[in-house]
Design a protein around this ligand. Sequence first.
Ligand code: PLP
Length: 391
Amino acid sequence: MAKVNGHLAQMHESYLFSEVAKRAAAFSAECPERRLLRLGVGDVTRPVAPCCVEAMKRAADEMGGAATFRGYPPGTGEPFLKRAILLAEYAPLGVLLDESEIFVSDGAKTDAGALQELFAQDAAAAVCDPVYPVYLDANRMAGRRVVRMNCRAERGFCPEPPEERVDFLYLCSPNNPTGAALTRAQLARLVAWARENDAAILYDAAYRDYVVDGDCPRSVFEIDGAKEVAVELCSFSKGAGFTGLRCAWTAIPRENRWRLGELWARRQAAKFNGVSYPVQRAAEAALSAEGLRHMEESVRFYLENAAILRRALESAGIACFGGANAPYLWARCPEGMRSWDWFDALLRGAGVVCTPGAGFGACGEGYVRFSAFVSRGDTEEAAGKIARSAH
Ligand code: PLP
C-alpha cells in the first residue's frame, strides 16, 4: 500500500462553498421560477480593460511569428512587468523596491498556499479567525501547527497577536471575509510585534486596489521596519479583473531577516515555470494610465454596490462591517440567529445567496458575508429583498 499524505487524507472536503452550492441548488430545484441573486462568490464580474485585451492579442501575434516567438518566460517574471509594478504600485506609495524583489506568479492563492514551504516542518503558523481558508489548509496539509488569532468587532476585526510562539503569521488587509482594512497604527503594532518576536508576516494584499481610506496602507512596506519581516502578496485578480487570466506577484525585500527572498527564488526555480507571456503583457497594460483608469472605475463600481447593500442592511437594523475599503460586507445575523440559519432564511425568503461566516472560522459564527462583485441591478434587487426580509 502506497503511503499517502495522512494530513491531507484527514482533511474533509471544503465544506463551505460546496454546502452553499448544494443548498442553493436544492432551493432552485424546489422553486425553479425564483431567480437567485448570488452574492456569495468572491469572483469579479466586470470585463478586463480593452487595453489588456489588445496587449494579449499583440502578444499572441508575436508568439506566431518566427522572429518574435518566445519560449519559457523568466521564472520570476518578465522585466517589463516588474518595472511596471514598481512604477505603478510601489513608487506612488514611496516604497522603494527593485526588480529582484518582485516575483511574478499565476495567483496570490498559489503563493499563499506555497509560501509556507519556506518554513521548517515544525514551525508554527498563526492565522486570523475568521480566515481565508487557503492559509489554514496549506499548513494543515503540511502537518504544521496552526494557532488562531481571533478577530472581533470590538477591535475592528484587527487580529490579536498570538500569546504562544509562532514562526510566521498571515495577515490579510483589506480582509476576506470581514472587509476590514487595517489602519496604519494597527499594522504598525503588528509589524513591531513581529520584529520583537522574530516572526515573519505573510501579508495578503490581494484587495489593496480597494483601499480608499488614506489612513489604511495599501502596502505593508509603507510601515517602518516591515521590509525586515514581511512578505507581500498582491494580485491582478480583484482590481484589474484577472481572476480568469491569472497573474499576481509576491514582493520579498532584500532586507528580509531570514533571507526568504533567496529561499523563494530557489523554491520557484524548482517548481514554477512562469506566467504566460500574453498574460504578463495584459498585466503590464493593466498598469498603464488607461488600465489604471479602468481599474479605478471597476473598484468604484463594486464599492458603490457595497455602499448600496450596506445602507439597506443598516436601515433594516442589521449591524454591518466592511465594504468601505473592500468588496465584502460582513453583516451580523439578526438577533439570536446563527450563520447558517440566516443563510437559509435569506435564500428562502429573499432568494439571496450569501456566505455563512461560520464557514470561515469559529469567530465568524453569527455573521454572513455579502460580495459586491455583482451587477448594479442584482445589488439593488438584493438590497431591497434583504431589507424587507429582515423586517
Ligand atoms: N487572497 C485572498 C484574500 C483572496 O480572497 C483571494 C481570492 O478570493 C485570493 C488571494 C486569490 O487571488 P488570486 O486570484 O490572485 O489567486
